[in-house]
Design a binder for this molecule. Structure first.
Ligand SMILES: NC(=O)c1ccc[n+]([C@@H]2O[C@H](COP(=O)([O-])OP(=O)(O)OC[C@H]3O[C@@H](n4cnc5c(N)ncnc54)[C@H](O)[C@@H]3O)[C@@H](O)[C@H]2O)c1
Length: 376
């Protein structure tokens, strides 16, 4: 025997056995920090089917509880946490119930269907004293953090620009959304830019449109300009109906700094060029780096075993959803929208949502919409 004993894996229930829920089940099954003890889906039989696909040997799925209600399955299986991979409209009810039952929650993005519900969930987490982390899996990309490191060596990024071009034919709900690009895709870039920039986002100006050949009902193209409290700016220009020279799913990135520029194609290590023309290639990721969902799960489990509060803790994550809400309003109303405006409104609406008195008390202590988030 040598060293301290390893922390016991966190027993978790995956709630929502759709496309992404199935991915999460595999990540948990492959993980050394979590253990799958249950699967829940509101559609009768869906959890059983997904589990049978993920764990083919019936003897290995014997101890895994299945059901239609996440918190019930979690309590029956002795889970310590749930992973909420339901549709965004169900996030508030599913996550609030779990937190109220004393469970920790790792929730898929977006935090909730509306900013008011997201702020409300921050209140639920505060009242319960349990960890609620929102998983923004694209944050768990070692190249992104290497880009930040290179930018810091050049004095820190003051302008971050993202160009995103893709042409996916999804079918389904995205084709019918009013703002498919901003709400369903650009949220990842808004969140990643927060890794690259210091400060908190403060204003948003967005212009969106739908190209004549677009197969989406809503606006599939947009430019979004976001200012930060530090004076830094993130500019996102993207389209979801631009075939030909497509970017990576992360997009193409340029970080402008006092001492030079960092570029990143979203897939390979970033590269810095200093003001005197010297080029520096970013370091490749470590062999044991955890990517995407696996990285998110590891951070969550580590936090539950005494590690640091993760970046995706709800109060830290809500800023990203506030950018999305401000961008949609800015595009619709053709004006600059402050995050203070959308966060104050969200707090007022969150206070009106039904919930335990302890949640109302927690939210009543927030001085304004941003106040409670700063505590994170
Ligand atoms: N990080 C990423 O890159 C990424 C990619 C895709 C989806 N997502 C997110 O993952 C989540 C799920 O997306 P999806 O594509 O798997 O959707 P999906 O529609 O395929 O699956 C959702 C599942 O949740 C179930 N469900 C709905 N309400 C429920 C409830 N109250 N209790 C239990 N189960 C319930 C549905 O029956 C369905 O099986 C969404 O929040 C989505 O935004 C993230």
């Amino acid at each position: 025997m040598n060293g301290a004993p390893a922390s016991p894996p966190v027993p978790v229930v995956v709630v929502g056995a759709g496309g992404m829920g199935r991915s999460w089940m595999h990540v948990v099954l492959d993980s050394d920090c979590a253990r799958l003890v249950g699967v829940a889906d509101v559609l009768p039989g869906a959890a059983e089917r997904a589990l049978a696909e993920a764990v083919e040997d019936p003897r290995r799925r014997g101890g895994i509880v299945v059901g239609t209600e996440g918190t019930d399955v979690a309590l029956a299986s002795g889970a310590e946490a749930i992973i909420d991979v339901t549709i965004p409209e169900a996030h508030h009810a599913v996550t609030a119930a779990a937190l109220g039952a004393g469970l920790a929650v790792l929730g898929e993005k977006p935090c909730a269907a509306t900013l008011a519900e997201a702020v409300s969930l921050a209140g639920h987490a505060e009242a319960s004293g349990r960890l609620f982390m929102v998983s923004q899996s694209r944050r768990y990309n070692p190249h992104l953090h290497e880009a930040r490191r290179l930018a810091d060596e050049l004095g820190g990024a003051g302008i971050v620009s993202t160009r995103f071009s893709k042409a996916p034919r999804f079918g389904g709900f995205r084709d019918a959304m009013r703002h498919p690009l901003i709400v369903d895709m650009a949220i990842h870039a808004f969140d990643a830019a927060r890794v690259l920039l210091e400060g908190t986002p403060s204003t948003v100006r967005a212009i969106s449109h739908n190209p004549s050949w677009s197969w989406y009902a809503g606006d599939a193209a947009a430019t979004v300009h976001i200012t930060y409290s530090t004076g830094a700016v993130h500019v996102f220009t993207g389209s979801w109906c631009s075939p030909g020279q497509e970017t990576s799913w992360n997009g193409d990135w340029f970080l402008s700094c006092d001492g030079g520029t960092v570029s990143w194609d979203g897939e390979t290590p970033p590269r810095a060029v200093s003001a005197d023309g010297t080029a520096v290639d970013g370091a490749p990721p470590q062999a044991d780096a955890r990517w995407e969902l696996a990285g998110s799960l590891a951070d969550f489990c580590h936090a539950l075993r005494g590690g640091p509060v993760p970046d995706g803790e709800v109060r830290r994550n809500v800023w990203t959803q506030a950018i999305v809400e401000a961008a949609v309003r800015s595009a619709d109303e053709d004006r600059t929208v402050t995050l203070a405006e959308v966060l104050d409104e969200a707090l007022a609406r969150a206070r009106e949502l039904p919930g335990p008195e302890s949640v109302q008390e927690a939210l009543s202590r927030w001085e304004d919409g941003a106040d409670g988030l700063r505590a994170g």
